[in-house]
Design a protein around this ligand. Structure first.
Ligand code: AMP
Length: 284
């Protein structure tokens, strides 16, 4: 495994790999790796001959009052985990390598970025779309993997990749991987470490309230009622604020009054302690 921090070295390594005829998968991450990330890596290995994992805490996707400085960084431990998974390339550039002085370009996926986390975190998805475009150009992957935990992000990247012809024509070029959860159902997240033991125990209210909402929706409860009940359950269960709890079309992210024929998802973001947690589930 090569851990690379300079773009020219990365380009050389990718050229070498591809000249040997190997296909390459990319797993973009911000590090502080857990089983969710490692599941993406294991899935990647089944879809390509070689796997590159990027580790980059992207300043452009954090708002001014968000946790960019506090975000956990532990490259050495992450690299050890990835070496054990048989990863070929770890791409861990410093910010100046990604955003040289005078950097002036931004990628925006309009519409999809105006709702949900985009409404609560202005500019967040421009930061995500911009860095993912750069990562695709740098690593030139045949396939890239993203977690369904960040459903809106996955939707936006799929649209962007299609709109900008960013990836190979493979049908699985952007692969979504189901959310990996702790034993009690809480979605794994690098941000769970911000929680005290009491908050961590209370956080299980999030997947439970989503599951209850899915059951209610399937039983015919209107979305407005199911989402109000969901929010109330979170606030009663120890969450301090709900950014959103909504039923939306899984692809267009259009707001729905009730699940219909097209795939729909319940999506939630809520605050507990110092953490803002997100989660979502399909209504099928
Ligand atoms: P992050 O490091 O949080 O930016 O996440 C990097 C990638 O891992 C993103 O595609 C996430 O959606 C994905 N991911 C994070 N947590 C999970 C999880 N619990 N299950 C599956 N994928 C995840």
């Amino acid at each position: 495994m090569q851990t690379i921090s300079r773009l020219d070295t990365l380009r050389h390594a990718v050229t070498l790999l591809k000249s040997g005829g190997k296909t390459l998968a990319l797993v973009p991450t911000m590090g502080a790796l857990h089983e969710g990330h490692l599941t993406l890596v294991r899935t990647a290995r089944r879809h390509a001959d070689a796997v590159a994992v990027s580790i980059f805490v992207n300043p452009r996707q954090f708002g001014p009052n968000e946790d960019f400085d506090a975000y956990p960084r532990r490259l050495e431990a992450d690299a050890a985990l990835l070496a054990a998974e048989g990863v070929d390339i770890v791409w861990a550039p410093p910010p100046a390598e990604v955003y040289p002085a005078g950097f002036a370009t931004s990628v925006s996926v309009s519409g999809l970025d105006a709702v949900l986390c985009g409404a609560a975190r202005p500019g967040h998805f421009d930061g995500v779309a911009t860095v993912v475009t750069k990562l695709f150009n740098q690593v030139q992957p045949d396939v890239a993997l993203f977690g369904e935990k960040d459903w809106q992000q996955l939707t936006i990247i799929r649209r962007m990749a299609r709109d900008l012809d960013l990836t190979s024509p493979r049908a699985d070029a952007i692969l979504g991987v189901p959310t990996v959860r702790e034993a009690d159902g809480l979605a794994m997240s690098s941000r769970n470490q911000y929680l005290t033991p009491e908050e961590r125990a209370a956080a299980v209210a999030l997947p439970r309230a989503i599951a209850a909402a899915v059951t209610a929706l399937k039983g015919g409860t209107p979305a407005a009622q199911a989402m109000a009940d969901l929010s109330a359950a979170l606030l009663a269960g120890g969450f301090s604020r709900v950014d959103y709890a909504e039923l939306r079309d899984a692809t267009t992210l259009d707001l729905l009054d009730a699940p219909g024929a097209a795939p729909a998802r319940v999506l939630v973001a809520a605050h507990i302690g110092k953490a803002r947690l997100i989660d979502n589930a399909p209504v099928i």
